[in-house]
Design a binder for this molecule. Structure first.
Ligand code: NCD
Length: 337
């Protein structure tokens, strides 16, 4: 695909070479994300970062990625602080904001809303998640992480067996990741969820049609025995009609070190889009896993900045000028990696 000026709203847009191209650019962003070098390539550019739904890492990760390329960030967080509460349409917001911005990132609780917003925007729009539908940049950073973690183990994406665990019905990250995996061959996906929270049939069908072998379990311990990756997810409480219903599923798929040692293969990579729900009745990834070197969740979040830098550089067509506008950092760098 041609990335210049493109909206990024769904994994459906990508072919495999597009994904490989994003990953190759993301690799090149490492010195900037690690504060070894500074680039000013997007000096003067403005990101409109508009999050109409709760977010910590995605919003800050988009903003940091843009700042690391030398651009400025203007943002709004939550419905209550936006003109949407005054009855403004998303299209009007898009028309106005795209007059002030060079690119817009947007998260909204309604499925399809980011694509609708993009139709009225005069600048590229990158989705930060639209309701229970998709979260394309998260899937890209997830697959980038999988690729990196497996490369360290002398493996590639091809031939992997990946367990997706938890609320697969409402979890937009697994929807996008499921679609993304369809671009790869010889991949096996193990879906571990209660029947009522299973992955939407349309995505399962896409995976089957693309030759992914799909199996289902509702028991965590049966499902995780011989997988390379466990990708755990949070019960998406905010998508249930009421909290009581979400409570029925909370805490059903807890992974801790004892379970990992007994049931997982020794080098199984542990992933989660985060936030992990660490409340005692949920505790989906126990803190006793924090010293397990296979816990990749913080490396995964770090990778989000690289992938988002790559997307901004590609959409704004500056990939080949990033290094030309760079210099070494001048300040003390406490981060060793
Ligand atoms: C996810 C999301 O918002 O879909 N978080 C994220 O962006 N990393 C997952 C979640 O909220 O459970």
């Amino acid at each position: 695909m041609n990335f210049t000026g493109a909206h990024i709203v769904s994994i459906d847009q990508f072919e495999r070479p597009d994904v490989e191209a994003i990953f190759a650019v993301a690799d090149r962003m490492q010195p900037y994300a690690l504060r070894k070098r500074v680039t000013r390539v997007l000096e003067g550019a403005i990101l409109g970062n508009m999050f109409f739904e709760a977010s910590t890492r995605t919003r800050i990760s988009f903003g940091s990625a843009f700042n690391l390329l030398g651009g400025e960030v203007r943002e709004t967080a939550g419905f209550d602080n936006s003109a949407l509460v005054k009855g403004e349409s998303l299209q009007d917001t898009a028309r106005v904001l795209s007059g002030f911005s060079d690119v817009i990132c947007m998260r909204h609780p309604v499925a399809g809303s980011v694509a609708d917003f993009a139709l009225a925007s005069r600048v590229p729009v990158v989705s930060g998640g639209d309701g229970a539908n998709e979260h394309p940049t998260q899937a890209l950073l997830d697959l980038y992480t999988i690729r990196k973690e497996m490369a360290d183990r002398g493996r590639s994406i091809t031939g992997l067996k990946i367990a997706m665990i938890g609320d697969l019905r409402h979890g937009r990250t697994v929807h996008s990741l499921g679609k993304l995996l369809c671009l790869y061959t010889d991949v096996e996906v193990v879906l571990i969820s209660p029947e009522k929270l299973s992955l939407p049939e349309g995505i399962v069908e896409l995976m089957r049609n693309s030759s992914i072998k799909v199996t289902h379990y509702d028991d965590l311990l049966e499902g995780i025995v011989d997988v390379d990756i466990v990708y755990s997810t949070r019960i998406q409480e905010e998508r249930f009609p009421n909290k009581r219903e979400a409570d029925l599923y909370r805490g059903k798929f807890r992974l801790n070190q004892a379970i990992y040692t007994e049931f997982c293969q020794p080098n199984t990579v542990i992933m989660h889009p985060m936030p992990r729900d660490s409340r005692s009745d949920a505790n989906e990834l126990d803190c006793d896993l924090d010293n397990n070197p296979n816990l990749a969740i913080f490396r995964q979040a770090d990778n989000g900045v690289l992938v988002r830098m790559a997307l901004f550089a590609m959409v704004l067509d500056v990939v080949d000028s990033v290094d030309a506008h760079s210099h070494d950092v001048r300040w003390f760098n406490a981060r060793q990696n």
